[in-house]
Ligand binder design. Structure first.
Ligand SMILES: Nc1ncnc2c1ncn2[C@@H]1O[C@H](COP(=O)(O)OP(=O)(O)OP(=O)(O)O)[C@@H](O)[C@H]1O
Length: 325
């Protein structure tokens, strides 16, 4: 398990500065960029934490320091009670990492063989490897492409294989950097459901960076918002929604053009298109539900189609920045 304090992640004053060399012969000084700035962070066992922020806010840099890929400039970091750089091998046995943009699989080998190599690296017994692989293959529905070389997989298939590879050795902490980037709606949903089940069944601690509010809402109980390398918000998901009023939009296609639906309880009419044939109503999921809104709309007009638009994570982050700067 984690260290004696029960903390899976613990950082104090964690800082990373990038310095750039000026061009040869240039009279410019070295550039200096503080990517992570005195970050104090604690994550306890079993938590699921979303780490969000604008592009360049310092998310990946933090993650890389947590898993020993990048050396901090100053401050301290302990991951599952270990020093990520000095105890990198021990860390690898207890932590799983998925970088959405990078692969830990062997491109020319079938998925099955990548799993076997990783199982050998982690020292799994043959029986354990079989059992664990079978469990992950079933849960992630990978049976149809276990014999396919990784390079031939679709992005959604590959991401499932990446997550399975990271979980083969039953790590207590799973770190995911943009796990659903580029995935279609169904693949995202499958992956999220799997991660929720993984947590429920194995108590795995999750830390993930994402630009997708759906990931945060479905996977994370706690949210950290980082701004220029500093924490701008640390609280529960519900608190985040309260702080920024994360609203959802119900997009309704009506059977006939009609007046703006401005009197539906618990909603605000955002706008109408095509003479009222399509109408957008915003609602606060903490106060009402899409089903209730739909029922109220059905008393006023005939609905032929609908969709729900999630709040945009960039808006949420902007609101947090505005509130805290
Ligand atoms: N190797 C590097 N050398 C120089 N600067 C870097 C390096 N890696 C990151 N940076 C800079 O540090 C800052 C933080 O980058 P980081 O990748 O951690 O951001 P991020 O929050 O993960 O962003 P994104 O959402 O775009 O992935 C950025 O300004 C980036 O340009």
């Amino acid at each position: 398990m984690s260290d004696v304090s029960g903390n899976v992640i613990e950082t104090e004053g964690l800082t990373r500065v990038f310095t750039g060399r000026p061009e040869r012969g240039s009279r410019l000084r070295r550039t200096r960029h503080v990517a992570v700035d005195h970050l104090d962070l604690t994550v306890v066992a079993g938590e699921s934490v979303g780490y969000i922020g604008a592009n360049g806010a310092g998310k990946s840099t933090t993650i890389k320091m947590l898993v020993g890929i990048l050396v901090p400039t100053s401050g301290s970091v302990r991951t599952v009670g270990l020093h990520p750089l000095k105890e990198r091998r021990a860390l690898a046995r207890r932590v799983g990492v998925v970088f959405g943009q990078r692969s830990q699989l062997w491109w020319d080998l079938p998925v099955r063989e990548s799993f076997s190599i990783l199982a050998a690296i982690h020292g799994l017994s043959a029986a354990d490897e079989r059992a664990r692989t079978a469990e992950l293959v079933e849960m992630l529905e990978m049976g149809a492409y276990l014999g396919t070389p990784v390079r031939q997989l679709s992005l959604g298939q590959r991401m499932r294989a990446e997550v399975a590879a990271a979980l083969l050795h039953r790590p207590e902490l799973l770190v995911l950097d943009e796990p659903t980037i580029g995935l279609d709606v169904l693949s995202k949903q499958r992956l999220r459901e799997f991660l929720v089940a993984q947590r429920r069944e194995h108590g795995t601690t999750l830390l993930l960076t994402t630009h997708d509010m759906g990931d945060v809402e479905r996977l994370c109980e706690r949210v950290l918002v980082v701004d220029h390398g500093r924490l701008a918000f640390d609280g529960m998901l519900a608190g985040l929604a309260r702080t920024v009023g994360a609203r959802r939009e119900l997009v309704l296609d009506l059977a006939t053009p009609g007046p703006d639906l401005t009197d539906v309880p618990g909603t605000e009419h955002v706008r109408s298109e095509s003479d009222g044939l399509r109408q957008r109503l915003a609602f606060d999921p903490q106060r009402t539900t899409a089903a209730r809104v739909l029922a109220a709309v059905a008393e006023r007009a005939e609905v032929v189609d609908l969709s729900i638009v999630e709040p945009d994570i960039e808006d949420v982050v902007r609101e947090i920045y505005r509130a805290t700067r």
